[in-house]
Design a protein around this ligand. Structure first.
Ligand SMILES: Nc1nc2c(c(=O)[nH]1)N[C@@H](CN(C=O)c1ccc(C(=O)N[C@@H](CCC(=O)O)C(=O)O)cc1)CN2
Length: 302
């Protein structure tokens, strides 16, 4: 078997086009959603993601507010900026790029963001809403993973889903989203006994461990849907000294021969993270103003 390659880049592009159309509808009502992105420090990967977020925000017709703070920024200074953004009526969504420098408690910052502007869906209020089935802002990466899985199989109900990774940002919300789709969900992690055997039980496998190519081809049930969240930079000596390449948490060349469908890295889940962020910003802009969210078709695969 050779798996269908789930093209996250194309899906995200289509989704952004539909978001842009919805933003156009809102503009007719005099509303332009605004997204504030805060970056602290000079991590090159974070700088790239923030640059892409700002560009794509403007491309869909929203306002982008970028705040670049030095790596020496104190927790109090960052919290003060968050308070200013909470109070700014032009800002509908606030995202503080992670990771943060070690002098700053990320959880404290997440909890300082107004839940109505928490377009990352990381605030405990939004996480709790997801857990209890109440509408709220949902973390972008898990939402993107769900949309990609549904692009190859609309109805996931009854599937055995295994999520490898238990982070607050991906693993836990992913599990909640899949429970809401009536999957039978197992959350596996570094202490899980016989992880390969657990993974082999998965009709739908989501790998979010942050370990390059940890999930091998023989861990995968023939015909499974595989969603790879990992973005790991590894040395690429073939391209020259000091060069790197990006690989996922799944050994792609092996897995593609066993799965029925798989997301590549790059070009799978990553682009969906930003598209879902824009979708959340649109939703936050509507909810804050008591407006009906313009219809955005999330099910179209492109
Ligand atoms: N506040 C947040 N911080 C971080 C999040 C997040 O959702 N909210 N997620 C990641 C980084 N991230 C978005 O912020 C992100 C990661 C990767 C991609 C992406 O498109 N990746 C490309 C590959 C890019 C590369 O070569 O490095 C792909 O997969 O095709 C987009 C967004 C951590 N921080």
């Amino acid at each position: 078997m050779t798996a269908t390659i789930i093209d996250g880049k194309a899906y995200a592009q289509g989704l952004r086009a539909r978001i842009a159309a919805a933003v156009g509808t809102l503009a007719g009502q005099g509303v332009t959603p605004g997204l504030a992105v805060v970056i602290v420090g000079e991590d090159p990967a974070s700088q790239l993601y923030v640059k892409n977020k700002a560009r794509q925000t403007v491309e869909v017709g929203m306002r982008s507010f970028e705040h670049t703070l030095p790596a020496s920024t104190s927790e109090a200074e960052l919290l003060a900026l968050v308070a200013t953004l909470n109070a700014d009526p032009a800002v509908d969504g606030i995202l503080v790029q992670l990771p943060l420098p070690k002098q700053i408690d990320a959880q404290k910052v997440i909890e300082a963001i107004d839940p109505a502007k928490d377009v990352d869906g990381f605030h405990p209020i939004n996480a709790g809403r997801l857990m209890t089935g109440v509408p709220g802002l949902v973390s972008c990466t898990p939402l993107g993973c769900l949309l990609l899985a549904q692009s190859v199989r609309r109805d996931l109900s009854g599937l055995n889903a295994v999520v490898v990774g238990r982070s607050n940002i991906v693993g836990k919300p992913m599990a909640q989203l899949l429970i809401a789709q009536s999957c039978t969900v197992t959350v596996a992690h570094s202490r899980t006994r016989d992880l390969p055997a657990v993974c082999r039980n998965a009709d739908l496998l989501v790998a979010a461990v942050g370990r390059p190519e940890m999930v091998r081809g023989d861990w995968i049930k023939p015909g499974a849907i595989v969603i790879d969240v990992g973005i790991n930079r590894v040395p690429n000596p073939a391209a020259g000294e000091g060069k790197t390449r990006v690989v996922g948490d799944v050994a792609y060349a092996e897995a593609v021969k066993v799965a029925s469908a798989i997301t590549p890295v790059p070009g799978g889940v990553g682009p969906m993270t930003i598209a879902c962020l824009l979708r959340n910003t649109l939703e936050a802009a509507c909810l804050r103003r008591g407006l009906t969210m313009p219809q955005v078709d999330f099910a179209s695969a492109s």
